[in-house]
Design a protein. Structure first.
Length: 142
């Protein structure tokens, strides 16, 4: 019973960490208007609430995208899937050394509102973040 309860708590933490799905009608108008203005061709997007912000996800040409807005419609960050070859070599070396015999399952380039860039790498059951030069920033359980 204790294991079931701990598993349920862990699952809820994942939901709250990665966002709760919400209907577009629940998203503040400034965020939906900003998205429609910036990406007028995108129609099949889904929304989630992430803390005080709202993120929308969509795919185009087999690439995943996510854009996060604050309640006023200002972009907080945008992410897009990239090929592993886009990672700085020091990041690739870190993953190979720290996770031997594990494959990278996904890589995302994250651009913040101030135009700074970092990378997220999904490997094993973790998300490892690297700055634009390939230095490890954080490791999160996925």
């Amino acid at each position: 019973m204790k294991k079931i309860l701990l598993s349920l708590i862990a699952a809820l933490m994942v939901v709250f960490t990665y966002g709760q799905k919400v209907d577009a009608k629940e998203v503040p108008a400034p965020a939906t208007v900003a998205f429609a203005k910036e990406y007028p061709a995108v129609k099949n997007n889904s929304w989630s609430k992430q803390g005080e912000n709202y993120a929308t996800e969509y795919s185009s040409n087999k690439v995943k995208y996510m854009v996060t807005y604050d309640i006023h419609g200002y972009t907080v960050e945008s992410q897009n899937g990239v090929d592993q070859k886009a990672l700085p070599q020091t990041a690739v070396d870190y993953v190979r050394k720290s996770y031997p015999n594990k494959d990278i399952s996904e890589v995302a380039k994250v651009t913040m509102a101030d135009k700074s860039v970092y990378y997220k790498v999904w490997v094993d059951d973790q998300v490892v973040s690297f700055d634009k030069n390939g230095s490890m920033i954080t490791i999160e359980k996925h």
